[in-house]
Write a protein that binds this ligand. Structure first.
Ligand code: CTP
Ligand SMILES: C[C@](O)(CO)[C@H](O)COP(=O)(O)O
Length: 242
C-alpha cells in the first residue's frame, strides 16, 4: 500500500446552512473579499496532491458557476443529506474512470480555515491505510450527557439537566478533509443507503461496518461555520492566518 494513488478532491457545498440562519446559503458568506467556498478551494489548491476539484452544489445553485476559483473545478448536484451529496460526488468521480484504490478527499465548503499542512498530513496518512483517514481534534471540554424532565402544561420550553459526565479520554471532534479509498467509500455509502442510516460524516459509515479509519490530529483553527457565533471566530482565524 505504498505507491502514490490518484487523489480526487471534492468539496460539498449543497447544504442550506439552517443553523447559521442567513438568507443566502452559508458557503456564499463573504470573508476577506471571497466566499467561503472560494477560500476552501484555495486551501486545497495549496496542496501538491490536488490539481482540480469537484464542487457538489444544490440543484438550484446559481452562484457557484459565476465565481472564480484557484483550481480547475467541475460540478455535481448534491442531495438532501450531506452523505447523499458525497454519494453524488463519488458517482461523478467513478464515471471519470477512477480506480477503486484511488483516494477521494472530501472537504466541507464551510471549513475555509483548514491549514495547508493538515491537508497534506491527512492525505499522506490515508495513503498508508486500506480505508482512509480523517482530520480530528481531541475533545478539550468536559463533556456532559443531559436529560430533559417532562414539562408541565404552563412551561413552553423544557430545561436541560446534566445526567452524567462522559469519559473524554478517547473522544475526538471530527473535521474535514476526510480521505477514503474510492471502492471502499462506494461500498459503505451503499450500506448507508440500504440500511437507511442517518450519518453526519462518511467516517461513520466505515465505523458501521467495522472498518478502521485513522484519526489525524488537526488544528483547532479548522472550525466549521455552523452557528452565527462561529462567524466572529472564523473571521479572526482567517485574519490571523493571512
Ligand atoms: N445536503 C447537504 C448538506 C450539507 N452539505 C455540505 O456539508 C458541509 C457541512 O455540513 P453542515 O455544516 O451541516 O452544512 P448545512 O447542511 O448547510 O448546515 P445545517 O445542517 O445547519 O443546515 C457544508 O459545506 C454543506 O454545504 C452538502 O453538501 N449537502
Ligand atoms: C463532516 C463534519 O464537518 C465533521 O465535523 C460534520 O460532521 C458535518 O455535519 P454536522 O451535522 O455539522 O456535524
Amino acid at each position: 500500500m505504498n505507491t502514490i494513488p490518484n487523489i480526487h478532491a471534492m468539496i460539498v457545498a449543497a447544504g442550506r446552512g439552517s443553523r447559521f440562519g442567513a438568507s443566502i446559503a452559508k458557503q456564499y458568506t463573504m470573508l476577506e473579499g471571497q466566499t467561503l467556498l472560494q477560500h476552501s478551494v484555495a486551501r486545497l489548491a495549496c496542496s501538491d496532491y490536488i490539481d482540480r476539484c469537484l464542487l457538489v452544489i444544490s440543484a438550484d445553485d446559481s452562484t457557484a458557476q459565476q465565481l472564480e476559483f484557484a483550481l480547475r473545478v467541475h460540478y455535481a448536484v448534491g442531495g438532501a443529506e450531506r452523505w447523499q451529496s458525497v454519494q453524488a460526488g463519488v458517482e461523478a468521480i467513478s464515471q471519470t474512470g477512477a480506480d477503486d484504490s484511488d483516494l477521494v478527499l472530501i472537504h466541507d465548503a464551510a471549513r475555509p480555515a483548514v491549514p495547508n499542512v493538515d491537508i497534506d498530513q491527512v492525505i499522506e496518512a490515508a495513503m498508508l491505510e486500506p480505508y482512509g483517514a480523517i482530520l480530528a481534534t481531541p475533545v478539550a471540554d468536559t463533556l456532559k450527557a443531559s436529560y430533559q424532565p417532562a414539562i408541565s402544561a404552563e412551561e413552553s420550553r423544557p430545561h436541560s439537566y446534566t445526567k452524567s459526565t462522559m469519559d473524554r479520554s478517547n473522544m475526538w471532534q471530527a473535521q474535514t478533509p476526510q480521505v477514503f479509498r474510492l471502492g471502499q467509500l462506494k461500498k459503505v455509502l451503499n450500506y448507508v443507503f440500504e440500511h437507511q442510516l442517518s450519518i453526519t460524516d462518511e467516517a461513520s459509515a466505515f465505523e458501521q461496518l467495522g472498518f478502521p479509519i485513522r484519526l489525524v490530529s488537526g488544528s483547532r483553527q479548522n472550525i466549521k461555520l455552523t452557528y452565527p457565533d462561529d462567524a466572529v471566530l472564523l473571521t479572526a482565524i482567517m485574519a490571523l492566518q493571512s
